[in-house]
Design a protein around this ligand. Structure first.
Ligand code: ADP
Ligand code: ZN
Length: 739
């Protein structure tokens, strides 16, 4: 046999090159990862971010743990297209994603997708071209050239235009020096999105109970293991100042910090405070971030360049390189609950992430959730109390206005008592805030002649008049039409009446009473978006307004030094919606809003307009006795086996027809296994029976504290009817909304 033929022989019988297969989580509602083969020469490991073919498309996925494709012949699998040059998601992050998927009963791929929300960040940021001073003298020295050389003498690298700008010359002067070899072109790593925070930049002197509180937190941080602390302190007590100490300690350990805030887009003042303490701003992460910035922040959090991120709930899914602390500020805030695709509560999942990766988490609130209070009382969470305001700031004096006795003028919504108080506040040169948690001019429009009410054609909700825009709008789906002049039912002209107040209508009433006052209306739907809101908030803080009228937006975290009166237009508004947390929510919101007053030592007042002055929530707020309120609320929950003493889950079934939705919901109900301690209520038509043309039915599953809710739901859904046609089933574990 010749050597040639032996080579041929060898090639024919040699085993094929060993090709590996790996599971890859793709951004799809699939229950498990899919298997792909790894092309020769490609290096991937669990956590690697990859691009894979999926049907006709290419999608981003993550190499997952476990299995080698279940013995499938790699040659039958499609290969991974590309492995990105990106640090892999670490084991803790992968476990966290699996855990969230299991708890919320969501497809793991959809949870993983939340961690990969920065499409162009998976490759390293491109280097930027820059200049370096080589040395030497130009042939001919001019004043402009001298300025450039002087500016560049610090030995740092510059960009061409940056150097020209700093030296105050035209870029052609720099070009001339490059041509003579005085500067050389170099490639520089892209600049960090924010400067490094310095834990020792401006260390405050903590006072009284702040010192003990900080001490407790520091001990937890130093242990470098899982713990949950609850900072329970009145507004203005220095909670932020105290948790900044825990952040400083974590930074000294060289680990990263995540600060979750409920309304990050509006907390410019928070970023500035952080900068005052640490000498640099934290990186931001929220939906308003420009895409380029978003990609930079993602990338730099993953590589560890960014040390601190302040973000909205979605920041919880950033794959940090080495996260060592999470702060959840305003932990009670309903904005932490995401109700879209993957339904989760970022506060609760922050605790889970900390437990999996074994680091401390700090929950912060002036009005903690009942859940956290109970965990504090039982000792599962360590609690630190800050019972008084810092310095000479006193809490506002709170009083109820009994609207049955102090009725407003006809057509008005502000009682004479509140109007007088506003007048006096203006006289003193101070600011008033009027709070009403309702956007627009009026929540309902009807025809005085035939009684016709304007309703959204695709939702079961009334159309809200927005007078400044000349529209009536649906707050569920965004449907809008020009405010009509005639009733579409009876045709009568000019007999439509606005019923009830929204903030626009309150602003109108205020202008009628105080025509010379400077008023600002703050509402999330006004033109100009977040930028304008930030400017307005700054203006208010500088005292450029006498009266501020606002929704929920004004409640959160702002510091208005001159604000000494807070008027709650309708304190009863949140109480009547059939939500088991209605009392708690109302208490929290009203405490928070009234807490905006008197943060700088000026005497301040809060006035709450109510038709139910005897209601326990109203009594708790004016008496300042929040513990009595919590005790009562906790006892109530325990008696009714409601969270945290019991467990709840909602199943929302929607479909194009009422019949399909109801039938499918019944089918699920009938598939419920018999389990001790778990019961199913419904199906019942949802209070919002129609949204965007889809009919909705709800089931509520109630279980004892230790019941296996997820197991129960999984069985029920597996045995129930399959989703077909227009039917969609949405699960909501630990629901906050019952609409
Ligand atoms: P909270 O977060 O509880 O509402 P803050 O941390 O915002 O309270 O504190 C309220 C105000 O008091 C802030 O302006 C803060 O700068 C100031 N403050 C609190 N503690 C101190 C301190 N130890 N030294 C200096 N200023 C403080
Ligand atoms: Zn609608």
């Amino acid at each position: 046999m010749s050597t040639d033929s032996s080579d041929l022989f060898g090639a024919l019988f040699e085993a094929p090159p060993v090709v590996r297969t790996v599971p890859v989580l793709v951004p799809m509602p699939a229950a498990t990862p899919y298997s792909y083969s790894v092309p020769e020469g490609m290096a991937v490991e669990a956590g690697s971010v990859v691009q894979v073919p999926l049907g006709p498309r290419q999608v981003i996925g993550v190499v997952w743990d476990g299995g080698d494709g279940g013995g499938v012949d790699p040659k039958k699998l499609r290969p991974i297209t590309h492995a990105f040059d990106c640090p892999p998601l670490n084991k803790e992050m992968r476990d966290f994603i699996d855990w969230v998927a299991g708890y919320t009963l969501s497809p793991p791929g959809l949870v993983a997708r939340m961690a990969l929300r920065a499409p162009n960040a998976f490759e390293p940021e491109p280097m930027v071209e820059g200049l370096r001073f080589v040395g030497g003298e130009p042939e001919r020295m001019t004043p402009a050239r001298a300025r450039v050389l002087d500016t560049a003498s610090d030995g740092l690298s510059w960009t061409r235009s940056g150097l020209a700008h700093a030296a105050g010359v035209s870029p052609s002067v720099v070009d001339g020096l490059i041509a003579q070899g005085i500067f050389e072109t170099v490639f520089l790593p892209p600049p960090p999105v924010v400067a490094q925070p310095d834990p020792d930049f401006a260390v405050p002197r903590l006072e009284g109970p702040q010192r003990q509180a900080a001490q407790d937190l520091l001990e937890n941080v130093r242990r470098k293991e899982f713990s949950v602390s609850l900072i329970d302190g009145v507004t203005g007590s220095g909670k932020t100042e105290v948790y900044f100490e825990a952040i400083a300690e974590t930074l000294k350990q060289g680990r990263q910090v995540l600060i979750l805030l409920p309304e990050i887009a509006l907390t410019a003042s928070f970023l500035e405070r952080f900068q005052d303490r640490f000498g640099a701003k934290p990186a931001e992460w929220h939906s308003e971030l420009a895409p380029r910035m978003r990609e930079k922040v993602w990338r730099q959090a993953v590589t560890g360049e960014v040390r601190v991120v302040a973000g909205a709930r979605s920041a919880l899914f950033l794959p940090f390189e080495d996260l060592g602390l999470i702060i959840v500020d305003e932990e009670h805030d309903p904005a932490y609950k995401q109700e879209d695709r993957v339904y989760y509560n970022a506060r609760d999942m922050a605790v889970v992430r900390a437990r999996i990766a074994d680091f401390p988490v700090i929950l912060v609130s002036a009005t903690p959730s009942v859940e956290s209070q109970v965990n504090g009382q039982s000792g599962r969470y360590g609690t630190v109390h800050l019972p008084t305001r810092f310095g000479d700031a006193a809490l506002p004096d709170l009083h109820l206005i009994d609207m049955r006795r102090h009725a407003p003028d006809r057509g008005g919504f502000l009682s004479p008592v509140l109007l007088r108080a506003i007048g006096k506040t203006i006289e003193r040169g101070e600011q008033s805030l009027l709070f009403l948690n309702r956007r627009g001019y009026a929540p309902l429009t009807l025809c005085r002649v035939c009684g016709h009410r304007f309703q959204c054609p695709q939702c079961s909700s009334w159309l809200v008049e927005h007078r400044f825009r000349g529209q009536i709008q649906c707050h569920q789906c965004g449907y809008a039409e020009t405010t009509p002049e005639a009733c579409p039912e009876c045709g009568t002209l000019d007999h439509l009446v606005a019923c009830g107040p929204g903030v626009e209508r309150i602003a109108e009433e205020v202008e009628r009473h105080f025509p010379d006052a400077r008023t600002i209306l703050l509402s999330s739907d006004l033109m100009g978006g977040v930028k304008r809101l930030r400017l307005e908030l700054e203006a208010i803080a500088k005292g450029e307004a006498d009266i501020v009228i606002g929704t929920q937006l004004v409640a959160k975290g702002h510091n208005f030094p001159l604000m000494t009166l807070v008027g709650i237009v309708d304190a009863d508004l949140g109480l009547a919606n059939g939500d088991p947390r209605a009392a708690e929510r109302t208490f929290q919101l009203l405490s928070q809003v009234t807490g905006r007053a008197g943060r700088t030592g000026l005497k301040s007042h809060g006035l709450l307009q109510t038709y139910q002055p005897q209601h326990p929530v109203m009594q708790a707020i004016v008496s300042g006795d929040s513990s009595a309120f919590y005790d009562r609320e906790i006892a109530e929950r325990e008696r009714a086996v409601l969270p945290p003493f019991g467990r709840l889950a909602s199943i929302i079934v929607s479909a194009d027809t009422r019949q399909d939705a109801e039938g499918h919901a019944r089918g699920i109900r009938n598939a419920a296994p018999k389990v001790q301690g778990i019961s199913v209520l419904g199906p019942a038509e949802a209070p919002l029976a129609l949204i965007r043309g889809r009919h909705r039915f709800r089931l509520l599953v109630h279980g004892r504290r230790n019941s296996d809710m997820q197991g129960f739901l999984r069985t029920m859904l597996a045995q129930g009817p399959k989703e077909r046609g227009s039917v969609h089933v949405q699960l909501d574990i630990d629901p906050q909304s019952f609409l």
